[in-house]
Design a protein around this ligand. Sequence first.
Ligand code: PLP
Length: 405
Amino acid sequence: MKPVEKSNKLDNVCYDIRGPIAHRARQMEEEGHRILKLNIGNPAPFGFAAPDDILKDVIHNLPTSQGYSDSTGIYAARVAVMQYYQQKNVRHIAIDDVFIGNGVSELIMMAMQALLNTGDEILIPSPDYPLWTAAVSLSSGNPVHYRCDEQAGWFPDIDDIKSKITANTKAIVLINPNNPTGAVYSKSLLEDVVKVAREHQLVVFSDEIYDKILYDEHQHTCIASLADDLLFVTLSGLSKNYRVAGFRAGWMVVSGNKRIAADYIDGLNILSSMRMCANVPCQSAIQTALGGYQSIDDLVVDGGRLKIQRDLAATRLNEIEGISCVTPKGAMYCFAKVDAKKFNITDDEKMIFDLLNSEKILLVHGRAFNLFEGVYFRLVFLPHSDELRPAMDRIASFFSYYKQV
Ligand code: PLP
């Protein structure tokens, strides 16, 4: 028989957060090693319990959730999402503008597949959450990366964005709060993005899955609230703000100038119906989550568990000679720069591999986030301080002797 090979469509598709190094970590676990996995933003295994109301809701609704739902989602969830964005000052949203999905991941794929023809270009931040780049490639589009400027707190570089726009550019993607950098964009930066999008007629996709995980200023601006004349697609879900990543519950809201987008919205509806619907028992949790007590707020204020861990991780990283990290203002990651010369590093993936072998800690290298200049790594600061502190000691110890050969 001929070898069975993966499709050419996957040639440029890459998702290294769960890539070869994570695979090696799993093997090491099978060999009996205890690996501290700081590679994935998955709150539950680190003891972040979901709000009780959400769990009760799913249990309560389970017996009546056995059938498919409407393909765009159950009514109660869609109303709750609509009202959430109305409260965030997004105008003119109707229930039909809301699509419920099996997590934001599924909706990113649908959003790109419904939009792109071969050769269409999408502006994506570098560094990015790599699913965006992968989804564009898999949908026959060309991801074009714009620079986020570390010196400017990792804000997007507007001039770089402008310089990368061509006749084929269809849309710009923002991730705000950002994964991996933790940047939270100011209203004035978002207004600048709106101006560029308006000038070049770009659709704006905004991934706001961390919009409640804010450490310093507790105000998040949804870019879709800033204009009515552009098309916006805003995505978020329960995985991070409500710590139930395993429920696979997310949403996407189309807003702004929907008149120009009837055909695209039709495409979204086709793709939604092809996968029947999102998992139904967990859709019911969306209304309860958005309408209930926002326990995430207690975790991110002064003295809150996540904020304490953010401070600990960022401070300790900056104390290591040869490492620096812009303190993240949101999300659950530190994105640290490594002095390549000092450690003789030519391969960031090897650095992460070496750290795994010697310290049994799993991080993700910067290139996995489509950042190809400099050496970086991303660290998830979800473990309790008691576990995070010794982990930071081990990382510091690794960089006290490390030289890449
Ligand atoms: N978008 C960003 C920026 C993320 O960091 C993640 C997960 O880490 C996702 C989307 C995927 O989220 P979901 O669990 O809703 O699929």
